[in-house]
Design a protein around this ligand. Sequence first.
Ligand code: GLA
Length: 392
Amino acid sequence: MARRTCEPVSGVVAEARRVYQETFGGSAGVAVCAPGRVNLIGEHTDYNQGLVLPMALPLVTVMVGSKTSGQSCSVATTAESADEPRKVDFDLPTDTAPLIRVEPAWANYVKGVVQHYRARPLPAFKAVIASNVPLGGGLSSSASLEVAVYTFLQQLCPDDGDKVAKALACQQAEHTHAGMPCGIMDQFVSVLGKEGHALLIDCRSLEASAVPMADPDVVILITNSNVRHSLTGSEYPSRRKQCEKAAAILGKSSLREATVQDLEDAKDRLDSETYRRARHVIEEIERTARAAEALRGGAYQEFGKLMVESHNSLRDLYEVSCPELDALVTAAMDVDGVFGSRMTGGGFGGCTVTLLQAEATERAMKHIEGRYSGCPTFYITTPSEGARVLSV
Ligand code: GLA
């Protein structure tokens, strides 16, 4: 069975160091890592100023490297599936020559963060990136890369240490250099994640509260469908636009300000698709608040029920699920001891997240694998710490 507990961070660091030695000679002076995330509930609410409840994963992107003299930076990746070339050179940006988006795609995340980094003057550097966050699997491999790069740059040229501003700069990098108009959730939790806790993030005030999640009898199981439908490119921005349109028709600055009653009152003025999108967002924000309360009270049954409602809403109203994710959720919900299951992240493939009794874990993985037509990968995870500096 394809299952993984998570490879320890030290293994990823060792790989990065080995490639650094091979590529540049000598050993790196700085090592940092930043985690991927799984969102427990609150999907497609972040860019509507809503609530989200993600946690940082033990899966990380590592960056090791050193300052160099001159203006030219050199960065290599160990990623097998990264588009070629696996090493790129670029000059530090200047006011008249900013870093722009060019192939290979993976390097744009690095350049984007260098461009949006909040302190100057940056020295040139050489570095290697390694990661055990599955690429394109909906666990925020890109946010973990951006936040790792930012954390690395902080070691070379410290900024003011403002963590929210750090997350916002990384989000900006994704907008301008990856062309993905994402919300703030992924970068926020990759920076501010807290071991043993999920984070209830208010994406309007950018405040977060930590919700304890360290019950040894409860497991968070991630199942990677290992499918990715190519729709994501256009579907995400179009959902965002539909939400903005709905908010404008309702006369609100965002859907966070709207109630289901507001939506019902305006139903005649909305086409049915826009209505469904807005309905998901408004209800999902409310569900997320209730889910955080349930989690604080150890009410796992209630939490699980809300997870399934969230999934059904993403499938039927927001239309970002896919048959593979639906099948994984259905299979998980067959199993005794499973509290709830849902797709997580942007959708159209990637992963599901399942909350279950620890004693049901083996049974659940076996059942899901038997029912799923594809080949799933499992991760048994625990809430982990956000980005950090590692000793060298
Ligand atoms: C992607 C984006 C996030 C968020 C989720 C959906 O992961 O990067 O900002 O919008 O989709 O909840």
